[in-house]
Design a protein around this ligand. Structure first.
Ligand code: ADP
Length: 191
């Protein structure tokens, strides 16, 4: 499958048929179900461990798609602390950058929130306007998906409020049915 352009991904606001918005947040958020490596956005976020040297899950998929130059650049990073993020280029990916974010192992709301927040900070510094997140920590790191969704949606909402006009689109890239339903439900709180 070829790259998916951001203009082809609807916002939650447009999906809900909103023309007048009580909450502007929904007009810059999308829920996209599929492979994050296909997204043609300024930056995709990777869910990696503190070594930042590749792995399984979304991390493995990103390295496979980006090619060996990504791992070479990752080796120069000297790892990354939990709750923090570092930026690399996207190499063969349609995305220009990969933001290597480290979520917590297990349930830790503060560190999960920090991983999203720091990703957005790193993105802002690089001039990123469109960004896609996977469901950080909800795979092998074992964060309960529903709780993780509540934490990360609020983290992004708060960041966007504190940084008006800095991000044009934030995509929550979900990989399965269950996650898609969880995010759709969560969005109703903003409707
Ligand atoms: P973690 O170690 O942070 O838990 P995982 O990669 O195990 O990271 O899982 C994080 C999430 O990424 C899971 O919800 C998983 O289903 C999802 N995922 C796996 N592959 C992809 C992919 N290619 N694109 C988007 N999401 C993916």
């Amino acid at each position: 499958m070829s790259a998916v352009s951001i203009s082809s991904i609807p916002t939650v606001a447009s999906q809900l048929g909103k023309t007048t918005l009580g909450n502007k947040f929904l007009s810059l958020i999308s829920i996209y179900r599929g492979d994050i490596t296909k997204l043609s956005v300024d930056a995709i976020v990777n869910a990696c461990d503190t070594k930042v040297l590749g792995g399984g899950g979304v991390d493995g998929a990103i390295h496979r798609a980006a090619g060996p130059q990504l791992l070479a650049e990752c080796r120069t990073l000297n790892g990354c602390e939990t709750g923090k993020a570092k930026i690399t280029k996207g190499y063969r990916l349609p995305a220009e950058y990969v933001i290597q974010a480290v979520g917590p192992v297990g349930e830790n709301a503060e560190l999960l929130r920090s991983a999203y927040w720091e990703s957005l900070e790193v993105a802002k510094k690089a001039g990123v306007r469109t960004i896609a997140f996977p469901c950080i920590s909800t795979g092998v790191f074992g964060y309960p998906p529903e709780k993780a969704c509540g934490v990360c949606v609020r983290a992004v909402e708060e960041w966007v409020k504190e940084n008006p006009g800095m991000m044009e689109r934030v995509v929550f890239c979900v990989f399965n049915d269950v996650s898609e339903q969880i995010y759709a439900r969560e969005m109703k709180a903003f409707d």
